[in-house]
Design a protein around this ligand. Structure first.
Ligand SMILES: Cc1ncc(COP(=O)(O)O)c(C=O)c1O
Length: 277
C-alpha cells in the first residue's frame, strides 16, 4: 500500500468523516502502556485512555496474547452457542459483584438499553404493573442510542433528535427531594452513575445513593447503576457502588471491561433477570 503523507491523510480524514466529532490534528500509529506515538514517531502521554476504556493501557502483552489466541480460534458464534471465555467471564463477574446473571452486548449504550428494557419488562412481567417510567439525573450520560440518549438528562444531546423516547423524567443529581418530586405512579426505576463522567466527574453522595435505594425499596422500583465509566476498578473497588453500602438491582458495564475491545454487560439479580425470557 502506498504510504500517504500525514497532511494528506488528515485532509482525507476530515473531509470523509461524519462531522459529529472534531479530532485533533494527529494521526496516531501505535501505543505501549500509557504512551502513544504518531506516524512521525512523536511520543505522547495518553491521559485520555480512550475515555476511560484502556484499563490495561495500549498493547498490553497479556491482552495481545489473549486476543490473538482467541481470534485464531473463534471470532463470533452468536448467542446460540456457548464458548469457554464467555462462561468464565460470566462467572467472574458474578463472583465479584451482587449479580446472578449477565447479559453481554457490544457497548455501554447497549448495556443501558438492555437495563431500560429489563426494568420495563420486570414491571410488566414480574410485578404485573403498567409502570414504565425511569427517573434519571441531570448531567448524566448513558449513551447515544435512542433509549440511552433519552435517558441522558442533557439537552445538548437531544437537540434536533426530538421526539425522544417517552418515559424518562429528569431529577437533580445529589438531590433526593428532586427525585421524589419526579416520582409518579408509573415510576419503574431510577438510573444513576455513582460518579458522573461526562457530567464533570461529579461524585454521588452516600446519602443520595442510600436514599435512592430506600426510595426504590419503599416504592417497588429498581435501582439501575450505570458503571460503564466508574466500574472495573476505576475507583479502587471493582464497582464504585461498593463504596456506598448499597446493593443495586441492575448494573451496566462496558469500557474498561474490554480494554478497547467492544463489549458491554448488563448484570442483574436472578429475580430481576428472570423477566428477560
Ligand atoms: C456513564 C456512561 N454510560 C454509558 C456510556 C456509553 O458507552 P458506549 O460509548 O460504550 O456506548 C458512556 C460513554 O462515555 C458513559 O460514560
Amino acid at each position: 500500500m502506498e504510504k500517504r503523507d500525514t497532511v494528506s491523510l488528515l485532509a482525507g480524514g476530515r473531509s470523509t468523516m461524519s462531522p459529529s466529532y472534531s479530532p485533533q490534528s494527529v494521526v496516531l500509529d501505535h501505543g505501549k502502556g500509557m504512551r502513544v506515538w504518531d506516524r512521525e514517531g512523536k511520543e505522547y502521554l495518553d491521559f485520555l485512555g480512550g475515555i476511560a476504556v484502556l484499563s490495561l493501557g495500549h498493547a498490553h502483552p497479556a491482552m495481545v496474547a489473549a486476543l490473538t489466541d482467541q481470534i485464531s480460534k473463534l471470532t463470533h458464534i452468536s448467542n446460540i452457542y456457548f464458548s469457554e471465555p464467555q462462561i468464565l467471564l460470566q462467572e467472574e463477574l458474578i463472583r465479584r459483584t451482587f449479580a446472578d446473571r449477565v447479559f453481554f452486548c457490544n457497548s455501554g449504550a447497549e448495556a443501558n438499553e438492555a437495563a431500560i428494557k429489563l426494568a420495563r419488562r420486570y414491571a410488566r412481567i414480574v410485578q404485573r404493573s403498567p409502570k414504565f417510567e425511569l427517573i434519571t439525573l441531570e448531567g448524566s450520560f448513558h449513551g447515544r442510542t435512542y433509549g440511552a440518549v433519552s435517558a441522558t438528562a442533557q439537552p445538548k444531546y437531544h437537540e434536533g433528535f426530538e421526539p425522544m423516547v417517552p418515559g424518562f423524567s429528569y431529577a437533580k443529581f445529589n438531590d433526593l427531594a428532586s427525585v421524589e418530586a419526579r416520582w409518579t405512579a408509573h415510576t419503574a426505576a431510577v438510573m444513576v452513575e455513582p460518579v458522573q463522567g461526562e457530567g464533570g466527574v461529579r461524585v454521588a453522595s452516600r446519602d443520595f445513593m442510600q436514599g435512592l435505594r430506600r426510595l426504590c425499596d419503599e416504592r417497588g422500583a429498581l435501582l439501575i447503576v450505570d458503571e460503564v465509566q466508574s466500574g472495573i476498578g476505576r475507583t479502587g473497588r471493582f464497582l464504585a457502588t461498593e463504596h456506598y453500602g448499597v446493593e443495586p438491582d441492575i448494573v451496566t458495564l462496558a469500557k474498561g471491561l474490554g480494554g478497547g475491545v467492544p463489549i458491554g454487560a448488563t448484570l442483574a439479580k436472578e429475580s430481576v433477570a428472570a423477566a428477560f425470557t
